[in-house]
Design a protein around this ligand. Sequence first.
Ligand SMILES: Cc1ncc(COP(=O)(O)O)c(C=O)c1O
Length: 393
Amino acid sequence: MSNDALAWIETELAELTASGLRASIRTIDSSMDGWVTIDGRRVLNFCANNYLGLANHPRLREAAKRAIDQYGIGPGAVRTIAGTMTQHLELERRLAEFKHAEACITFQSGFTANLATVPALMGDGDLIFSDELNHASIIDACRLSKARTIRYAHNDIDDLRRKLAGAPQFRRRLIISDGVFSMDGDIAPLDKLCEVAEAHSALLMVDDAHGEGVLGKGGRGIVDHFGLHGRVDIEVGTLSKAFGVVGGLVAGKQPLIDWLRQRGRPFLFSSAMTVPDVAACIEAVNILQESDELVTQLWENARILRAGMQTLGFDTGHSQTPIVPLMLGDASLAQQFSRKLFEQGLFAMAIGFPTVAMGKARIRVMNSAAHSQADLEQALDIFEAVGKELKVI
Ligand SMILES: Cc1ncc(COP(=O)(O)O)c(C=O)c1O
């Protein structure tokens, strides 16, 4: 009986396969780095969010090993029962200090940080104004909160103002935006969002997943980038991308963080980050506080790659960050392009509908400080060869 009840899944999967929309998931058989092993081959990796090359950094590896020797591995509980270890508090204190925020709380991931935060602040009778291109975790968090969500046009402050002015009765209002939009690499106009939020007495939340460790002085994030310390109510971030580990964070004023410790459901009902994760994250903060070398290297690599692509004649969109979209338009062309890149020894994903709008398919090229100058030159040679073969350039 139970098999029959699941039969629809096979039908749906078959349809996904037939329409070319079934995700084929590549398996990495090496550490995450500028080069990775896939299907027994070493390939240049322009696919991961390992912006600073910390995912396989010797200091993070050592820190994780030392912590395991001292504290073991699992926390054994959710944070509010027995899962808060001295290291969790140390990481939160260090992150707050690094980001010049009053306080900080960590979660198991950036996704759960969003799921914790929005429903803890907003509920029935409240209004959320959400950028139309916000990340799935924000969309889900808004749904979970049961507040009414009004989408405004992407990065369009005038549309946001209009929608705020025409908004119906409400209890609380929250404006929420990604910091860096990960498919185009553009940056939210946080300074203007801040002005609008202040003018309308609305809360402002930014999800800086792709700006954490990338934007701002030494990677201190989007709030630092715009010099808005103390003016953005809720700064969500991730430790899973530039920080090279896994985890999420919220930085803000002390009462907000105290509230999330009481009402952020993933904090209360899902086990804490593991010991090696936390120790590695602390080491990542140490590295970033000591020097901005990796952040500078990332931006320099991105500059070289973007300039090289443009010289070759590729359309690299309007990214303002180390994410370089190679705009191709047609989804099957993008798929083919990605396959050819892989054949030539470079791993970069094709992104198509519904992740981006129909007709806006692309290869998303993710830069990393882990790439050497020779890697970048080799990558540009491969992009040129595939671009010419497929008559894109
Ligand atoms: C804007 C944004 N928020 C949240 C997340 C999720 O972060 P994590 O991988 O730490 O759950 C991502 C990652 O894709 C993201 O881009």
